[in-house]
Design a protein around this ligand. Sequence first.
Ligand code: AN0
Ligand code: CP
Length: 315
Amino acid sequence: MKHFTSVQDISDWSVLWEKVKQIKQAPQGRKTLGQGKAMCLIFLNSSLRTRLSTQRAAMNIGLDTVVFDINQGGWQLEMADGVVMSGSKAEHVKEAAAVIGSYYDVIGIRAFAQLQDRAEDYQETIIQQFKKYAGVPIISLESSVRHPLQSLTDLITIEEYKKTERPKVVLSWAPHPRALPQAVANSFLEWMKTTDYEVVLTHPEGYDLAEEFTQGITSTNNQSEALQNADFVYVKNWSSYQDYGKIVRADDEWMITDEKMKLTNDAHFMHCLPVRRNVVVADGVIDSPNSLVIPQAAHRVTAAQTVLELMLDHA
Ligand code: AN0
Ligand code: CP
């Protein structure tokens, strides 16, 4: 695997599932795979899971890791080509990525959508520029459009907990006090499309995702209808794609409650975390035995290690 920035980077699913199985059985089975190599994880935004699980995955295979919170102590990077750099940005990504690539064998980068300019966010500029200039494999730790490590985790989790071959998986929008990116939802749909699950998307009017992600997916503005007989309820907030980056209305009634979960087929509750209790999901649901949020988050290590092993196997 050269880079890991979207589902397109998976070239052989049977090799991937074999690896997932091995890692679940013996996480430290390949303790020396990363020996003599090192990874740099660059964060432009906050993180708990991505930061810690990716480091833990690296530890399991003996890959040294450095975390670089670039906004705290790094230079501000110019991402666009051909600009006159007379403003506040001291260094161009062209040099920065190449330099980091000369020190490290793998680079992970988290750069959320800014939610100001849709065209700019949807170009995934930061990931693209690192791919172009770093000269080493790039792992997305959540870009402005996608969060593939999360989506792989979600797929591994559903595969582990599904009780039928073709479970009904519902992705439901839920309210949130802050405008959030669409990346987790976009990416989830992109990965779900590779399965033969019954996938249903539900959100209030005004929260349609980009067509490239929703094409071929059943979608409804009626949350109760979507939840009928669901086996997995995956919940996430995102801000509007049409009215870009905006919270278009108060839709508090979209919170996932115990009452709503009663409509489902005793569904598992999933969320990528961090989650705001009693805004996105009621305590009763997230604290119930049907909630998968902790095992799901634990599988972030499985997912990161799978990706790292696939990269290093062919390095
Ligand atoms: C981020 C988001 O919605 O993209 C990260 C989720 C993994 N969430 C928040 O900022 C709360
Ligand atoms: N799910 C997830 O990516 O969590 P963090 O933002 O804490 O890394």
